[in-house]
Design a protein around this ligand. Structure first.
Ligand code: UTP
Length: 232
Protein backbone atom coordinates (compact mmCIF):
# COMPACT_ATOMS: atom_id res chain seq x y z
CA UNK A 1 0.00 0.00 0.00
CA UNK A 2 1.36 3.40 -0.97
CA UNK A 3 -1.35 5.66 0.28
CA UNK A 4 0.35 8.54 2.02
CA UNK A 5 0.85 11.84 0.32
CA UNK A 6 4.38 11.06 -0.86
CA UNK A 7 3.33 7.74 -2.33
CA UNK A 8 5.66 5.84 -0.02
CA UNK A 9 4.88 2.71 1.97
CA UNK A 10 3.90 3.40 5.61
CA UNK A 11 5.67 1.07 8.06
CA UNK A 12 5.75 1.12 11.86
CA UNK A 13 8.90 -0.08 13.62
CA UNK A 14 9.16 -0.62 17.37
CA UNK A 15 12.85 -0.18 18.20
CA UNK A 16 14.09 -2.34 21.03
CA UNK A 17 15.06 -0.36 24.10
CA UNK A 18 18.33 -2.34 24.10
CA UNK A 19 19.55 -0.26 21.15
CA UNK A 20 19.66 2.79 23.43
CA UNK A 21 22.15 1.15 25.81
CA UNK A 22 24.43 4.00 26.87
CA UNK A 23 27.46 1.66 27.04
CA UNK A 24 27.06 0.56 23.37
CA UNK A 25 30.47 0.53 21.67
CA UNK A 26 29.23 -0.66 18.27
CA UNK A 27 27.33 2.55 17.43
CA UNK A 28 24.20 0.51 16.79
CA UNK A 29 21.91 3.50 17.22
CA UNK A 30 23.91 5.65 14.80
CA UNK A 31 23.95 2.90 12.14
CA UNK A 32 20.24 2.38 12.55
CA UNK A 33 19.52 6.11 12.14
CA UNK A 34 21.66 6.24 8.97
CA UNK A 35 19.70 3.29 7.62
CA UNK A 36 16.35 5.00 8.36
CA UNK A 37 17.52 8.12 6.51
CA UNK A 38 18.37 5.95 3.46
CA UNK A 39 14.89 4.40 3.50
CA UNK A 40 13.09 7.76 3.23
CA UNK A 41 12.74 7.57 -0.55
CA UNK A 42 10.75 4.36 -0.48
CA UNK A 43 9.21 4.13 2.99
CA UNK A 44 7.60 6.51 5.44
CA UNK A 45 8.54 5.16 8.86
CA UNK A 46 6.97 5.66 12.24
CA UNK A 47 9.61 4.67 14.77
CA UNK A 48 8.60 3.86 18.33
CA UNK A 49 11.51 3.88 20.78
CA UNK A 50 11.54 1.45 23.72
CA UNK A 51 12.70 2.41 27.20
CA UNK A 52 15.32 -0.35 27.56
CA UNK A 53 17.57 -0.87 30.54
CA UNK A 54 17.46 2.82 31.48
CA UNK A 55 13.69 2.68 31.91
CA UNK A 56 13.99 -0.54 33.92
CA UNK A 57 16.61 1.02 36.23
CA UNK A 58 14.55 4.16 36.80
CA UNK A 59 11.43 2.07 37.42
CA UNK A 60 13.30 -0.12 39.91
CA UNK A 61 14.57 2.91 41.79
CA UNK A 62 11.17 4.65 41.85
CA UNK A 63 9.51 1.40 43.02
CA UNK A 64 11.92 1.32 45.98
CA UNK A 65 10.81 4.87 46.77
CA UNK A 66 7.19 3.71 46.97
CA UNK A 67 5.78 4.71 43.56
CA UNK A 68 2.66 2.86 42.37
CA UNK A 69 2.40 1.01 39.03
CA UNK A 70 0.79 3.88 37.07
CA UNK A 71 3.48 6.28 38.30
CA UNK A 72 6.17 3.75 37.30
CA UNK A 73 4.62 3.47 33.85
CA UNK A 74 4.87 7.26 33.52
CA UNK A 75 8.56 7.02 34.38
CA UNK A 76 9.01 4.41 31.63
CA UNK A 77 7.17 6.63 29.15
CA UNK A 78 9.46 9.59 29.93
CA UNK A 79 12.54 7.46 29.29
CA UNK A 80 11.21 6.09 25.99
CA UNK A 81 10.52 9.66 24.84
CA UNK A 82 14.06 10.66 25.75
CA UNK A 83 15.39 7.69 23.74
CA UNK A 84 13.20 8.80 20.82
CA UNK A 85 14.44 12.37 21.09
CA UNK A 86 18.13 11.58 20.81
CA UNK A 87 17.53 10.06 17.35
CA UNK A 88 16.28 13.35 15.91
CA UNK A 89 19.56 15.11 15.03
CA UNK A 90 20.88 12.11 13.06
CA UNK A 91 17.56 11.58 11.27
CA UNK A 92 17.61 15.27 10.44
CA UNK A 93 15.51 16.50 7.50
CA UNK A 94 13.93 13.12 6.80
CA UNK A 95 12.10 13.27 10.12
CA UNK A 96 9.55 15.37 11.97
CA UNK A 97 11.65 17.17 14.58
CA UNK A 98 9.40 16.79 17.62
CA UNK A 99 8.35 13.82 19.72
CA UNK A 100 4.54 13.54 19.58
CA UNK A 101 2.96 12.60 22.89
CA UNK A 102 -0.51 11.47 21.78
CA UNK A 103 -2.10 9.72 18.83
CA UNK A 104 -3.55 12.90 17.38
CA UNK A 105 -0.12 14.56 17.31
CA UNK A 106 1.33 11.43 15.72
CA UNK A 107 -1.25 11.58 12.92
CA UNK A 108 -0.53 15.26 12.39
CA UNK A 109 3.21 14.58 12.24
CA UNK A 110 2.61 11.65 9.86
CA UNK A 111 0.64 13.91 7.53
CA UNK A 112 3.81 15.96 6.88
CA UNK A 113 5.12 12.99 4.88
CA UNK A 114 8.25 12.79 7.05
CA UNK A 115 9.38 9.87 9.22
CA UNK A 116 8.04 10.24 12.77
CA UNK A 117 9.74 9.14 16.01
CA UNK A 118 7.79 8.64 19.20
CA UNK A 119 7.94 6.84 22.56
CA UNK A 120 5.28 5.70 25.03
CA UNK A 121 1.82 7.25 25.23
CA UNK A 122 -0.27 6.00 28.19
CA UNK A 123 0.26 3.92 31.36
CA UNK A 124 -0.87 0.30 31.37
CA UNK A 125 0.92 -1.10 28.36
CA UNK A 126 4.27 -1.07 26.55
CA UNK A 127 5.62 0.69 23.49
CA UNK A 128 4.61 -2.45 21.55
CA UNK A 129 0.98 -1.53 22.15
CA UNK A 130 1.74 2.02 21.02
CA UNK A 131 3.31 0.68 17.83
CA UNK A 132 0.34 -1.64 17.20
CA UNK A 133 -2.11 1.22 17.76
CA UNK A 134 -0.26 3.50 15.35
CA UNK A 135 -0.10 0.68 12.78
CA UNK A 136 -3.87 0.34 13.04
CA UNK A 137 -4.53 4.06 12.87
CA UNK A 138 -2.35 4.80 9.84
CA UNK A 139 -3.11 1.47 8.17
CA UNK A 140 0.57 0.58 8.05
CA UNK A 141 1.53 -2.04 5.52
CA UNK A 142 3.64 -3.75 8.18
CA UNK A 143 4.40 -3.57 11.90
CA UNK A 144 7.99 -4.59 12.59
CA UNK A 145 8.62 -5.38 16.24
CA UNK A 146 12.42 -5.11 16.42
CA UNK A 147 13.34 -6.70 19.76
CA UNK A 148 16.50 -7.99 21.48
CA UNK A 149 15.82 -11.63 20.55
CA UNK A 150 15.63 -13.35 17.15
CA UNK A 151 11.86 -13.76 17.25
CA UNK A 152 9.27 -15.76 19.16
CA UNK A 153 10.47 -19.00 20.76
CA UNK A 154 8.59 -22.02 22.12
CA UNK A 155 10.27 -21.38 25.51
CA UNK A 156 12.59 -18.78 27.01
CA UNK A 157 15.81 -19.33 24.99
CA UNK A 158 17.90 -17.97 27.89
CA UNK A 159 16.67 -20.76 30.16
CA UNK A 160 16.02 -23.61 27.70
CA UNK A 161 18.65 -24.66 25.16
CA UNK A 162 16.05 -26.68 23.24
CA UNK A 163 13.80 -23.62 22.68
CA UNK A 164 12.57 -23.50 19.08
CA UNK A 165 12.36 -20.28 17.08
CA UNK A 166 9.02 -20.07 15.28
CA UNK A 167 9.12 -18.86 11.66
CA UNK A 168 5.40 -18.31 11.95
CA UNK A 169 3.02 -18.41 14.88
CA UNK A 170 -0.74 -18.30 15.01
CA UNK A 171 -1.95 -15.33 17.07
CA UNK A 172 -4.14 -17.56 19.29
CA UNK A 173 -1.06 -19.59 20.23
CA UNK A 174 0.78 -16.36 21.06
CA UNK A 175 -2.14 -15.25 23.28
CA UNK A 176 -1.62 -18.39 25.38
CA UNK A 177 2.10 -17.63 25.81
CA UNK A 178 1.54 -13.96 26.68
CA UNK A 179 -1.30 -14.69 29.14
CA UNK A 180 1.10 -16.67 31.30
CA UNK A 181 3.48 -13.70 31.66
CA UNK A 182 3.74 -10.85 34.17
CA UNK A 183 2.24 -7.44 33.34
CA UNK A 184 3.90 -4.91 35.64
CA UNK A 185 5.71 -1.67 34.81
CA UNK A 186 9.02 -2.50 33.12
CA UNK A 187 8.03 -6.13 32.47
CA UNK A 188 5.68 -6.17 29.50
CA UNK A 189 8.18 -8.31 27.58
CA UNK A 190 8.07 -9.31 23.92
CA UNK A 191 4.52 -8.32 23.08
CA UNK A 192 1.87 -7.22 25.56
CA UNK A 193 -1.78 -8.26 25.59
CA UNK A 194 -3.00 -4.87 24.38
CA UNK A 195 -0.68 -5.00 21.36
CA UNK A 196 -1.85 -8.49 20.53
CA UNK A 197 -5.54 -7.57 20.74
CA UNK A 198 -5.01 -4.65 18.35
CA UNK A 199 -3.07 -6.85 15.92
CA UNK A 200 -5.90 -9.37 16.02
CA UNK A 201 -8.84 -7.01 15.62
CA UNK A 202 -7.33 -5.22 12.63
CA UNK A 203 -5.37 -8.15 11.20
CA UNK A 204 -2.16 -6.13 11.21
CA UNK A 205 0.66 -7.75 9.32
CA UNK A 206 3.33 -8.18 12.03
CA UNK A 207 6.84 -9.59 12.29
CA UNK A 208 9.04 -9.97 15.37
CA UNK A 209 12.77 -9.74 14.65
CA UNK A 210 16.04 -9.00 16.41
CA UNK A 211 16.78 -5.31 16.00
CA UNK A 212 19.52 -4.83 13.36
CA UNK A 213 19.68 -2.96 10.06
CA UNK A 214 20.06 -6.30 8.23
CA UNK A 215 16.90 -7.77 9.76
CA UNK A 216 14.86 -4.61 9.33
CA UNK A 217 15.93 -4.43 5.69
CA UNK A 218 14.82 -8.05 5.20
CA UNK A 219 11.45 -7.34 6.81
CA UNK A 220 10.93 -4.19 4.73
CA UNK A 221 11.63 -6.19 1.58
CA UNK A 222 9.31 -9.01 2.64
CA UNK A 223 12.17 -11.51 3.03
CA UNK A 224 12.11 -14.11 5.79
CA UNK A 225 13.35 -12.82 9.16
CA UNK A 226 12.35 -13.64 12.73
CA UNK A 227 8.75 -14.70 13.36
CA UNK A 228 5.67 -13.75 11.41
CA UNK A 229 2.44 -13.52 13.43
CA UNK A 230 -0.44 -15.07 11.54
CA UNK A 231 -3.92 -13.63 11.97
CA UNK A 232 -6.70 -15.33 10.08
P1 UTP B 1 8.98 -0.27 26.87
O1 UTP B 1 7.89 -0.48 25.97
O2 UTP B 1 10.28 0.12 26.40
O3 UTP B 1 9.15 -1.57 27.74
O4 UTP B 1 8.54 0.80 27.95
P2 UTP B 1 9.79 -2.91 27.33
O5 UTP B 1 8.68 -3.87 27.08
O6 UTP B 1 10.78 -3.21 28.41
O7 UTP B 1 10.51 -2.73 25.92
P3 UTP B 1 12.04 -2.58 25.57
O8 UTP B 1 12.72 -3.79 26.11
O9 UTP B 1 12.51 -1.32 26.21
O10 UTP B 1 12.07 -2.52 24.11
C1 UTP B 1 9.18 0.91 29.21
C2 UTP B 1 8.13 0.99 30.26
O11 UTP B 1 7.40 2.22 30.12
C3 UTP B 1 6.04 2.05 30.43
C4 UTP B 1 5.90 0.59 30.87
O12 UTP B 1 6.10 0.51 32.27
C5 UTP B 1 7.06 -0.09 30.15
O13 UTP B 1 7.43 -1.29 30.76
N1 UTP B 1 5.19 2.41 29.27
C6 UTP B 1 5.71 2.52 28.02
C7 UTP B 1 3.83 2.68 29.45
O14 UTP B 1 3.31 2.56 30.55
N2 UTP B 1 3.08 3.08 28.39
C8 UTP B 1 3.59 3.24 27.14
O15 UTP B 1 2.84 3.65 26.22
C9 UTP B 1 4.93 2.91 26.95
Amino acid sequence: MKDNKNNRTPIVIKISGSIFDLTDKENKLEKLCEFFVEQAKEFQLILVAGGGITAKQYIKQARKLGANEAFLDEVGIEVSRLNAKIMLPKLDKTTYQNIPTDLEEIIEAFSTGLHVVTGGLHPGHSTNAVAALISERIQAKLFINATDVEGIYSEDPEKHKTAKLFKRIDIEELFKIIMSQEMNAGTYNLMDLTALKIIKRSKISTVVIKCSTENIEKALNEKDAGTKIEVI
